[in-house]
Design a protein. Sequence first.
Length: 455
Amino acid sequence: MRTGTETIVALATPPGVGALAIVRLSGDGVREMTERLLGRKLQWVPQRAFFVRLREGEREIDDAVMTFWEGPRSYTGEDVLEICVHGNPKIVEQVIAAYLRQGARLALPGEFTRRALQAGKLGLTQVEGLGDLFSASTERELANARSLLRGDLAKEMEAMREKLIEVLAQLEAYIDFPEEDIDPPTYGMMRERLNAVIERVERLLAGAKMGRVVRDGISAVIVGRPNVGKSSLFNLLLQERRAIVSHRPGTTRDVIDAECVIGDIRMRLLDTAGIREEADEIEAEGISRTKEAWDQAQLILHVMAADEDPELDKIVTAQLKLRPDQRLLRVLNKTDLEWHPRRTYPDYQHEFDCRISVAKHEGIESLGEKIKEIFISSQAAEASTLCLVNARQTVCLENAKGFLSRAILGLEEKWPPEIISHEMRAALSEVDELLGVTDHEEVLDRIFSQFCIGK
Ligand code: GDP
């Protein structure tokens, strides 16, 4: 979708009232349009802010500070103008309308960045990093977005691409000279090189799982007997009273969910009905929903109360049938109260993973640390780099791995070099797709559809 150097305009700051608002323009007509609006020539010194009484002919718009970037040394590679005005939506509307009347058009979502990509200012994975940078809500997401934006993943993939091309060139030499057989040491060397590439692919794929946790967060469900403090914990984690907290057993009848960040992981938290034997009908409905919520959750927080007999927890434990992909964290709450004598017996000492007191706000941080340990630290060792690949990149890497495995098999079983080369070319094209070298419109459309206007 190359739109040439048509001049585009959009608000670059959030809509609404604010101290300032920035309208951004990019394209060939930036200077001329501005001069026509002001009715005079301007001195265009790049990268220096200058003051202008912005007007459209006789009509005053606002006092503005403009910053001009001359193409190709700009974000989009074209002439770019940022106009900083007072943050009133009416003023912004007037600025944009004035430029539209001069022949500019409204930018499409992500169009500034798309132009940057087309001008070679950013690579595709960097664009994805930029998208992530805007949506990041945890430190970890931000760090990963910055790494992508810096081009860490792109560099890693380019190194892989080089290696593949080296082996491919070697292989194709034999295709060009069919009278020569590939000698065994060459076979061995090619295999070794491809194995090294596959290892790198696998390391990146190990980061994909962690990437999902970092990007999408996890869903966790709080379960436990009535009155152990499930709703209190839920509320504390959310720092607001979303669930009903009550002394009567069985009042949290439905499943309530909300999002929070704990241990630097975005978590969709589900608060559920308590489990007890003598439930009435409405409660029974709530309990069946609890079981549904259990099913969806990746993390089950089983809350117990320190002042209660640990034998009672067994009612819940008996119903906790975990799938292999679900993790359980046993949380002992109300540690501020006098513990039930049995809790202190050696046999019951290992019945919980962390102790907290919601009432005293104690142990919540270490609960976060435990969650982080389960979902991030345990995988961090496997994922060698900071790059946590996203779903699109994962598909490319998995495909590349498949083609490379077949190429290696081909080398082992001495398939004709043409066939091995075919597999390697397929792997290479996956790497190219990941890097955006192949410029598939569809892929670009999908990525940019998540951007908002003005970016
Ligand atoms: P739920 O039925 O498991 O959701 O339990 P609630 O969150 O409604 O809490 C039941 C009662 O225990 C309420 O009176 C809470 O104030 C109280 N509670 C919750 N956490 C603690 C705690 O850490 N210490 C003490 N002493 N009381 C708590």
